[in-house]
Design a protein around this ligand. Structure first.
Ligand code: CP
Length: 331
C-alpha cells in the first residue's frame, strides 16, 4: 500500500484485512514498528481528532511526526493552479509539498472543499493537484468529498459493537448553523454500502447527495450484497434501523449560495436527533456522528449523553484504524 486516499481504491477483503490489523495492533502493540519513521501532517483546516490521533498513532508505533498549519507560523500556501500570487500566499504547494515530502517518510493532507463549485469539488481538483507533486506515501486526512480515515474507524466501530453486516443503516441529514462540507456524508454512505449494509439516506428536499456519490455507493452495495435508497420520510427511514449516522452538510441544490442555503435550513430546525425519533420503531438504534457535533442543534443532549450514543468509540477508533494505515504504509 502506497496511498490511503479512498476506501474505494481497495477491495472489501483488503479493508477487512486492514481492520484485522487495527484489531491486532490494539491487542498486541508494536512500539518499535515505525522506529525512525517521520510523518508530516499538513492541515489547511482545523482538527481535534485527526491531528491528535495521527500524532499519537506515530508515537505508539515508535515513529514521530511534524505538523504544518499554513499561515499560522508557516508561510501561507497557494493551492490554485495558475494563480497569480500577488495576495497573501507566499508559496505555492507545488514547491512547498515536495519540500515537506523530502523531510518525511509519509505525508497526510487535510484540505476541505472550496464549497463554490460542486463539479470542482467532486473532481477533488485541489487535493489531486497536491497529490500529484507528492512522491511519498500519502494519506487523505479529509478532502472535498472524502474522509477515508473516519470511514475506516466507523466501520471498525460497528464491527466492535456487533452491528450486523446486513444491518439497517440510516445516514440522516441534521441541522447546523452554517454550511458544512460533503466529505463525511460521501465517505459514510460509501463505507456502509461497502460493508454490505441496507443503507438509507434520509434528508430534506434540497440536500440530496450528488448523483456521482450515490452511484459510487450503489456500485459498492451491489458488490457487497447491500442496498441503497434515499427518502425524505423520517418515520419510514428509521423503522427497524440499527444505526442512525447523523451528519450536517450543505445544500446541493444551492451549492455555493450561502444565502439560499440559509433560507432553506431556516425551516429545518426539527432535523435535530432527539429520543422521540426512536420511540416505537427503532428502540435499539445506535447514534453515530463523526464529531465535532453541535449539541441541541444537530443532536439533543438526551441522545448524546444516553446509552445509544457511540460517538466516543468512533473517535477512539480513529487511533487503531490509522495505526493500521500507518503500519501498512511504512512498516
Ligand atoms: N471527525 C474528525 O475528523 O474530527 P476532527 O475534525 O476534529 O479531526
Amino acid at each position: 500500500m502506497n496511498r490511503f486516499l479512498d476506501l474505494a481504491d481497495f477491495s472489501r477483503d483488503e479493508i477487512v484485512d486492514l481492520l484485522a490489523l487495527a484489531k491486532r495492533l490494539e491487542q498486541h502493540p508494536e512500539p518499535r514498528a515505525l522506529a525512525g519513521k517521520i510523518l508530516g501532517l499538513l492541515f489547511f483546516n482545523p482538527s481535534l481528532r485527526t491531528l491528535s490521533s495521527f500524532q499519537v498513532g506515530m508515537m505508539r508505533l515508535g515513529g514521530s511526526s511534524f505538523v504544518i498549519t499554513p499561515g499560522q507560523g508557516t508561510w501561507q500556501l497557494e493551492t490554485r493552479l495558475g494563480a497569480v500570487m500577488n495576495g497573501a500566499a507566499a508559496e505555492h504547494v507545488r514547491e512547498g509539498l515536495p519540500v515537506l515530502a523530502s523531510y518525511a517518510d509519509a505525508l497526510g493532507i487535510r484540505a476541505f472543499a472550496d464549497g463554490k463549485n460542486l463539479a470542482h469539488d467532486l473532481a477533488e481538483t485541489s487535493f489531486n493537484a497536491m497529490a500529484a507533486v507528492v512522491d511519498k506515501p500519502l494519506i487523505n486526512m479529509e478532502s472535498a468529498t472524502n474522509h477515508p480515515c473516519q470511514a475506516l474507524a466507523d466501520w471498525k466501530t460497528m464491527d466492535d459493537l456487533g452491528i450486523p453486516q446486513r444491518g439497517k443503516f440510516v445516514l440522516s441529514w441534521v441541522n447546523h448553523p452554517r454550511i458544512t462540507p460533503l466529505a463525511v456524508p460521501c465517505a459514510t454512505v460509501h463505507m456502509a454500502a461497502m460493508r454490505g449494509m441496507d443503507v438509507t439516506v434520509l434528508r430534506p428536499e434540497g440536500y440530496a447527495l450528488p448523483a456521482q456519490i450515490m452511484d459510487k455507493a450503489r456500485a459498492a452495495a451491489e458488490a457487497s450484497g447491500g442496498s441503497l435508497r434515499e427518502t425524505t420520510d423520517r418515520a419510514e427511514a428509521l423503522e427497524g434501523a440499527q444505526v442512525i449516522y447523523a451528519k450536517e452538510w450543505g445544500s446541493t441544490a444551492h451549492y455555493g449560495d450561502a444565502t439560499a442555503d440559509a433560507a432553506l435550513r431556516a425551516g429545518l430546525a426539527d432535523w435535530s436527533v432527539c429520543n422521540q425519533w426512536f420511540e416505537r420503531t427503532a428502540p435499539d438504534c445506535r447514534l453515530m456522528h463523526c464529531l465535532p457535533v453541535r449539541r441541541n442543534v444537530a443532536v439533543a443532549d438526551e441522545v448524546l449523553d444516553g446509552p445509544r450514543s457511540i460517538v466516543q468509540r468512533e473517535a477512539y477508533n480513529r487511533l487503531p484504524a490509522q495505526m493500521a494505515v500507518l503500519h501498512r504504509l511504512l512498516a
